[in-house]
Design a protein. Structure first.
Length: 433
């Protein structure tokens, strides 16, 4: 299963015997981050309280169907070409009007008509009483009729259903001396709603009479069951699916608002961390060098090399020979140690001077070719030291040389070559055994 482990991370370095080097500036940036997060949470909480329960998206489709495509939709798609009940009320004082179903070629004796939308084509006829089928002159030759049908209205914020049943009607009129035709356009509305945790989509289609056009046509004399009728008016509904409206309703979710608010947190944190890196990379290098100098100046000065001399009673002949050769070198090293100790006492350098955090920021844009600044030069030197001795190539190179030195050197005290004599390893073994 090791090949599937993509979670494990590379080992981390420690600094100053801690995981990270904590700084005041880092604490200030983190406090700013917390304040911004609180402001975002408050903003989204207010926005959530004031947001309607449902979010609505609207689209309009303009379709280019040919006659065959349109006829197939009207024939087989019951949602886009529904069966609707129409109620027709004709107001005529002097003339008796007959309703004629042009699609089925029959006279209708009822005012309640249930048809598919595209099949509603009604003719208003006058039964002829003379050979020329003329209509006697009357004072008012205007005929008015009402068409009422079951439709809907939208309430997008209704929790039960956004589509509520209702009734609508249109009022038309015509004159008996001119044959007219009114064609009304049917318009469908597709309503989609996503419900549940997995946002399951529910789809429904409803429609309504959108607008009507009035046009004049030539009159005709019809024969039906041995009687003659004069055509006065035609009312039809056209369902060509030219334009369709679509609404999509999504309920607001607390999880979505929380996710939106939380999505800002990593971005803000990354920005502040990016700003902090301009400071920390210089500050940490500076503090490491300061720590090294402090440890160096506080450690015990060497005054003798007796601790590395050989115990003649416990050494073999080879060690005696090697130590005799090293005595001269030890004398030289002692002189160097004395010189170094004298320099430390003379300089009395305990730590580097204190710098402000702005100095570490400005070092990122500092260019020594323009003008030299002692403070910035000090930071640059610290960076150079760390980049030299902590670079992988430098560590690997020195490790190779040190390994060769270990192979060449014969320890005077064999116990020093055993890692088990380390104080920390000894304490560790207390918890192992």
């Amino acid at each position: 299963m090791n090949c599937f482990d993509f979670i494990s991370e590379s080992p981390k370095f420690f600094i100053f015997e801690k995981d990270t080097n904590k700084t005041n500036f880092g604490g200030i940036l983190m406090l700013i981050n917390i304040i911004i997060m609180i402001i975002i949470i408050i903003y989204y909480s207010i926005d959530y309280a004031n947001t309607p329960d449902y979010a609505i998206q609207y689209k309009q489709y303009i379709n280019f169907y040919d006659i065959d495509q349109r006829d197939n939709i009207n024939k087989y798609d019951e949602e886009k070409n529904p069966e609707v009940e129409f109620s027709l009320n004709v107001i005529s004082k002097k003339i008796q009007i007959k309703l004629f179903d042009i699609v089925n070629q029959e006279i209708i004796n009822t005012t309640i008509i249930r048809r598919k939308v595209s099949d509603l084509i009604l003719g208003f006829l006058y039964e002829c009483h003379n050979e020329n089928c003329t209509i006697d002159e009357i004072d008012d030759n205007r005929i008015e009729y009402w068409v009422e049908y079951k439709t809907f209205y939208l309430d997008h914020q209704n929790q039960n259903s956004p589509i509520l049943e209702g009734y609508d009607f249109i009022v038309n009129n015509f004159y008996v001396d001119n044959l007219t035709r009114i064609i009304c356009n049917w318009r469908n509305i597709i309503y989609k709603e996503k419900k549940g945790f997995f946002k399951k989509e529910e789809k429904s289609t409803v429609g309504f009479i959108n607008d009507c056009q009035n046009e004049y046509v030539e009159g005709e004399i019809l024969s039906y069951k041995g009687k003659k009728y004069k055509g006065l008016h035609v009312f039809a509904i056209k369902n060509d699916h030219r334009k369709e409206d679509e609404y999509e309703r999504n309920s607001k979710s607390l999880i979505d608002f929380i996710a939106n608010a939380i999505s800002y947190f990593p971005n803000i944190y990354s920005i502040l961390k990016f700003i902090f890196e301009f400071y920390s990379k210089n500050f940490n290098n500076y503090k490491i060098i300061d720590k090294i100098l402090f440890k160096r100046n506080n450690q015990t000065m060497l005054t003798s090399l007796s601790d590395i001399s050989v115990d003649e009673d416990n050494s073999n002949n080879d060690n005696l020979k090697i130590n005799s050769d090293l005595n001269k070198e030890n004398e030289k090293k002692k002189e160097l140690i004395d010189i170094e100790n004298n320099w430390l006492e003379k300089e009395n350098v305990n730590s580097l001077k204190k710098l402000r955090f702005i100095h570490f920021f400005l070092n990122n844009i500092y260019c020594e070719c323009c003008s030299k600044n002692d403070t910035q030069e000090l930071i640059n030197i610290c960076n150079t030291i760390l980049s030299k001795y902590l670079s992988i190539d430098s560590i690997a190179y020195n490790q190779i040389l040190l390994e060769n030195l270990f192979k060449d050197y014969k320890w005077n005290n064999p116990e020093l070559s055993n890692i088990d004599n380390n104080e920390l390893i000894i304490n560790l073994k207390k918890f192992i055994t």
